[in-house]
Every structure is written in C-alpha cells, then in structure tokens.
Design a protein around this ligand. Structure first.
Ligand code: ZN
Length: 110
C-alpha cells in the first residue's frame, strides 16, 4: 500500500528553515486544505502511513506529525488528527470489522 508518503532527507528539499516554518504555520491555519477521500483516510487508518526517514529535516524543524511527509498526505491537520485516532482504534482492534466493511462497500461501488 503506497499512500504517497514522501520522505525528505537532510540533503533533500529544505533549503530555507524560515520557509519551512511558514509552510507549517499555513498548513495549521488550513491554507492548503482540500477535501480528502474517505477511502484514502480509511486505508491510511488500516495500513498506517509509515514513519518518515530518521533524517527528515522537516520533522526536526516542524516537529513530529507536522513534517512534509505528513503534510503531503494530509492537507489539513484535522485530517491527520483524525487519522491518528482511527489508526489507534484500528490497531487496538476496535475498528477492524468496520474498516473492512467500509472498504468492501467502497470497492463494490467501483
Ligand atoms: Zn518527515
């Protein structure tokens, strides 16, 4: 399952720390918000988005859960927060049958 998580390394894309902070603030303010497909959110909850590279400079600057890797999937922090809650529910087994039912219904619609 590839949800398009992009990994950004120390030698990667960040050249300007102030720009990174500015982008993170704008992300928090919802300036990049777009709708997110429910199926993508549920698939993310089921499979997890993985962890970004240990050398993710964006994470070092912006903090865990706020880096480019997360922002590339979730266009608004609320989506990420919802993902973390659903993922926790899935991992603890309280959400498994519901997710599988939902994904089955969505796949049946295709
Ligand atoms: Zn990252």
């Amino acid at each position: 399952m590839d949800l398009g998580l992009k990994k950004y390394s120390k030698n990667g894309m960040i050249k300007d720390i102030e720009q990174e902070r500015d982008i993170t603030e704008r992300w928090y303010a919802g300036e990049y918000a777009q709708t997110m497909k429910l199926s993508t959110l549920i698939e993310a909850a089921k499979f997890g988005i993985g962890e970004c590279d240990e050398t993710c400079l964006s994470r070092e600057i912006s903090g865990e859960g706020n880096c480019m890797c997360v922002r590339s999937i979730f266009t608004h922090p609320e989506f990420y927060m919802l993902y973390t809650r659903l993922r926790q529910m899935y991992v603890t087994g309280r959400f498994v049958s519901l997710v599988n039912e939902a994904l089955g219904d969505m796949n049946a619609d295709k």
